[in-house]
Design a protein around this ligand. Sequence first.
Ligand code: R5P
Length: 331
Amino acid sequence: MLNVVSTKTGGKATMSAKNGSIKLVAGNSNPALAQQVSAALEIPLTKASVRRFADMEIFVEILENVRGSDVFVIQSTSYPANDHLMELLIIIDALRRASARRITAVVPYFGYARQDRKVGSRAPISAKLVANLITHAGADRVMTLDLHAGQIQGFFDIPTDNLYASPVMVRDIREKFDLANVMVVSPDVGGVVRARSLAKRINAPLAIIDKRRERAGESEVMNVIGDVAGFTCILIDDIVDSGGTLVNAADALLANGAKEVYAYLTHGVLSGGATARVANSRLKEMVITDSIQPTDAVRAVKNIRVLPIAPLIAEAISRTAAEESVSSLFD
Ligand code: R5P
């Protein structure tokens, strides 16, 4: 059983709610994570049926009384993103109509987050649209993990807690590495804030990879900013999707004299041939969390390791229900 530490007790979390009894409802995106959160909090998952009509419409029935309850719906909007998003919206609607007192959408992986600005004329801002959908469905709060861009919190006009996987990663890094020889690396300029914050926690230096295409039609050049020669490099990023960013970054670091390269990522999207790309890469190890349920194929890859994120999410749920500080989890 997972150990959830409560700030008040210093031991196992004693779940108390100021907003009615606590209920956990799971969508179909990550049942393993929902089960682990349920076990950690010692609260059974609320009986619900989320199924499909013949034409693939989603139908949800909450099979227990939730009137007056403080309900947490656990659902990552991962692949297939649209199905899982729609499931989340319909579950929230069902709970609202069943008179839940407060509904928190717990979305460990927030799909569509990379569409957070207009990338051209007549382009959508889909992350904002998804935030609107969740809000209008009836969520009172949102809890998510390592949002692609922290500003996405501002797309919601309801309280939004953006949790960080960094304490889980830092614990693992401390156990595994001789920190005197570690260099933290951001695989692109956009990820510098995230990588710097982790580097600060382990008191390690920081390098940055600057990807540039000098002329149209020429391939991208990876410039390493910082002297990585002789260091064990740890790449930090929020998402691994195709794996291209990481694999190319690992090659660039090794070409610049790095001793070996590891990577820590929060969300293992791993689309298409990503798993094979990582397996065949020069990355010594890629560590992801289970914010997205890893497939058997992912778990079978020798240089991919999965860190459980359920204890952190369970603790954040416990604190939210008790109206204790969530941010102090990351001090
Ligand atoms: C980009 O801004 C993200 O932080 C990741 O670096 C990106 O999504 C990774 O994608 P891929 O694995 O396809 O290179």
